[in-house]
Write a protein that binds this ligand. Structure first.
Ligand code: HEC
Ligand code: HEC
Ligand code: HEC
Ligand code: HEC
Ligand code: HEC
Length: 188
């Protein structure tokens, strides 16, 4: 007998999961969607998007959220110390008095020593979902705000999703814009 192609195997597992989930919803009643139940996170630095990215001379989103791979562009990525230090080298020379007035920059300085900023990732699909940022931004020309809300004008760090990025949400847009709705496009 020929071995089952791996894509079919994954699909079969997904279909079973859908049946189990459906049964759970019917038998157990509708539970609170995880999107609403997610407790707000804490971010290590009170990062202010508006101070960085708003206005005509604001820093481009891509300066800090660069795509880790030019071909697939799956991750937008959260910026690390070296990106911040392109502009904030000054923090190393700030006096304690000045640092006390800028707690965010004081924190940044601590993380320079540690070499790593432990940001919490807010938008994250499960491992079995394939989401290429590049296809949506460079090819489909969608604005970041369409999928993440008005981050540009946020004065607080992103603590919870503003947009519920469920499968239905992906599907609705794909149907409207005639993009692929094949299971294997998103479930490789
Ligand atoms: C391209 C340049 C640039 C990069 C990259 C950059 N910043 Fe800034 N940052 C600025 C400028 C300009 C200001 C001053 C804005 C103001 O105060 O209006 C600022 C201000 C700040 C402040 C003080 C603002 C406040 O809340 O009072 C913090 C904290 C800060 N940045 C953190 C970071 C962190 C963390 C990173 C890396 C993830 C980073 N910045 C990357 C240009 C940059
Ligand atoms: C079509 C919808 C869509 C658009 C447009 C979009 N994103 Fe995303 N973004 C997502 C999804 C879905 C995730 C979760 C991806 C995952 O976990 O695989 C995500 C995750 C992220 C993350 C978390 C880290 C990561 O890499 O997963 C950052 C940062 C981010 N997006 C920034 C941006 C920026 C900046 C833009 C515009 C240049 C943008 N996004 C445009 C849907 C979108
Ligand atoms: C100066 C650097 C910088 C710029 C410019 C910037 N961001 Fe961010 N972004 C960050 C940092 C740092 C975080 C993590 C802290 C937070 O949540 O605010 C973040 C978090 C995010 C997240 C949440 C990602 C996740 O899943 O955790 C989204 C979405 C995002 N940014 C979108 C944008 C968009 C859209 C723009 C352009 C309008 C933009 N960013 C410009 C530094 C930047
Ligand atoms: C606001 C609209 C929109 C949303 C939301 C959206 N997409 Fe897309 N997506 C598109 C468009 C338009 C394309 C076609 C781009 C192109 O022409 O290559 C696309 C293409 C793709 C592709 C490439 C398909 C192929 O033909 O190989 C994948 C994979 C994908 N999207 C996954 C997702 C996932 C996963 C989500 C949800 C987490 C999502 N998309 C949400 C608009 C959207
Ligand atoms: C445009 C992208 C896209 C397409 C096409 C797609 N899915 Fe999904 N699917 C997702 C995303 C995103 C999630 C994760 C949603 C979440 O965590 O809320 C998901 C989750 C699932 C789950 C797990 C549900 C759960 O909540 O545990 C199953 C099962 C599933 N998909 C089956 C399928 C099947 C079968 C098809 C084909 C008919 C399909 N998917 C087509 C994006 C897609």
């Amino acid at each position: 007998m020929k071995a089952m192609p791996w894509r079919m195997a994954i699909l079969l597992v997904l279909c079973c999961a859908a049946v189990v989930l459906g049964a759970r919803m019917v038998l157990g009643g509708w539970t609170v969607p995880s999107f609403w139940a997610t407790p707000p996170l804490e971010q290590p630095i009170a990062f202010n998007h508006r101070k960085h990215a708003a206005g005509a001379d604001g820093i481009k989103c891509e300066t800090c959220h660069s795509y880790s791979s030019a071909t697939t562009g799956t991750f937008a990525g959260l910026p690390q110390v070296d990106t911040c230090m392109d502009c904030h080298k000054m923090v190393m020379r700030m006096t304690p008095v000045k640092l006390a007035k800028k707690p965010g920059l004081a924190k940044l300085r601590q993380f320079v020593a540690a070499g790593y900023i432990p940001w919490e990732q807010v938008y994250a699909e499960p491992d079995y979902v394939f989401f290429p940022h590049r296809r949506h931004i460079a090819v489909a020309k969608l604005a970041c705000a369409e999928c993440h809300g008005d981050v540009r004008n946020m004065t607080e760090p992103v603590l919870r999703p503003v947009v519920n990025q469920s499968m239905n949400w992906c599907m609705n847009c794909h149907q409207q814009k005639r993009a692929s709705v094949d299971c294997i496009a998103c479930h490789k």
